[in-house]
Design a protein around this ligand. Sequence first.
Ligand SMILES: [Zn+2]
Length: 125
Amino acid sequence: MIYKIFQDDPLGSYSVDDIIEIAGKDYYEMSQRTIFRAIEKLDNLRKIYCAGTMKGHRKFQLSNTGCLDLICNHCGTKVTMKTMLKSQLAAEIYEGYKFNILGFTAEYYGTCSCTNHKERNRCSD
Ligand SMILES: [Zn+2]
């Protein structure tokens, strides 16, 4: 349930107090101790990580979330898409490089809807 709060806003970062506040609205039966334990557990499982501290409170964020910039080669439009890294790819990276991903940014190049279908397949321009 705590994990779902993070999944609802993949790029959000929350302190334990934030989670207690959010969880309090939906899950009255959860004690603060239960919530604190759930967060510690998610942290240990590397499902979330501590993204920094704010006013002395640790802020947690989902692992494997980041931004993709979609850049049009034709008109230069840049659209930023928030997304989660596919767990399959994260697993491959961990297997191959022993690298644990905590967020990412990437740039994807292509053409957006500014080009019509005919132009899209042309190499010139
Ligand atoms: Zn374009």
